[in-house]
Design a protein around this ligand. Structure first.
Ligand SMILES: Nc1ncnc2c1ncn2[C@@H]1O[C@H](COP(=O)(O)OP(=O)(O)O)[C@@H](O)[C@H]1O
Ligand SMILES: [Mg+2]
Length: 263
């Protein structure tokens, strides 16, 4: 058991080229995070309190909770961007796909996707050459040289996801990846993510406030309380795939999650 208030990585990524296809594990033990007061009159903000859950290698765990409850903070803990102020977080190397896609407007789509490889030390041309074959599979063929502003919302999300995947980290932390998309595109992107993970399994923490999204995509759903995020329920979602939002077992699962959210 890791010591209190520490972040440990049990499986360091090797230096150099990313480890493609690796899958990792995540474990939080009574993890807490309280933001310190801002300024003299500020108040400390308790964002995460006593959260315990785990994700086994290859599992998709959805974290569902109301806006402002502490979901993004939880992902930052898992990615090692923040240290817990209590409890422990142990995770294999994890990459964060932030809530906003954060594509660099001056790079084209291929350049943005290849950024993950350039951060690993690849040169511009070799990084682009390594990312290029994936454009076909991600439905982006022909848009390699388009700037982010020329792409649809769904395409921007796919470029951002491709960049996340190319980091080679065994744990993917996706922060409300489809929240900014229209309903039709969101539905397409969910199918696309489910297909992609079927082909290339990863351990995924999927933050969402969309119960349907969690029910369609997750193996397990961690339901969080309003701030500070505590675990209200952990619901197993062992349904066969592919899943449709309208099928009876998925609808029943959604109802269980909604009931848990209401307390
Ligand atoms: N850097 C920060 N400093 C202080 N408070 C923060 C910071 N980031 C987030 N918070 C606060 O922590 C709470 C949880 O935020 P967040 O994790 O972003 O929630 P969610 O992602 O569920 O909407 C919110 O009340 C937010 O205002
Ligand atoms: Mg958030």
């Amino acid at each position: 058991m890791p010591a209190k208030g520490v972040m440990t990585t049990s499986l360091e990524a090797p230096p150099g080229a990313p480890e493609r296809g690796a899958i990792g594990a995540v474990r939080l033990d009574a993890a807490s995070l309280t933001y310190p007061p801002r300024g003299r009159r500020g108040l400390a903000v308790e964002a995460v309190a006593d959260v315990t859950f785990s994700a086994a290698p290859g599992e998709v765990v959805a974290l569902v909770g109301p806006s402002g409850c502490g979901k993004s903070t939880l992902l930052e803990l898992v990615c090692g961007l923040r240290l817990p102020t209590g409890g422990a977080v142990a995770a294999d190397p994890a990459v964060l796909m932030p809530q906003r896609d954060l594509l660099l407007p001056w790079l084209d789509a291929l350049g943005n996707a290849a950024l993950a490889l350039r951060l690993h030390g690849d040169g511009r041309d070799s990084a682009r050459a390594a990312a290029a074959p994936l454009f076909e599979r991600f439905g982006l063929a022909g848009f390699e040289t388009a700037r982010p502003a020329e792409l649809s919302g769904g395409m921007r999300q796919r470029v951002a996801f491709l960049r996340t995947l190319l980091s080679g980290k065994p744990v993917l932390c996706l922060d409300e990846p489809f929240a900014a998309l229209d309903a039709i595109t969101r539905d397409e992107m969910r199918r696309w993510l489910a297909d992609t993970l079927a082909q290339e399994p990863r351990t995924v923490l999927l933050v969402t406030h969309d119960v349907e999204e969690a029910a369609v995509l997750a193996d397990r759903i961690v339901v969080l309380t309003p701030r500070p995020a505590r675990v209200a329920a952990v619901i197993e979602a062992a349904l066969p795939r592919p899943r449709e939002a309208t099928q009876a077992d998925v609808v029943a699962l959604r109802r269980r999650v909604t009931d848990a959210l209401r307390g």
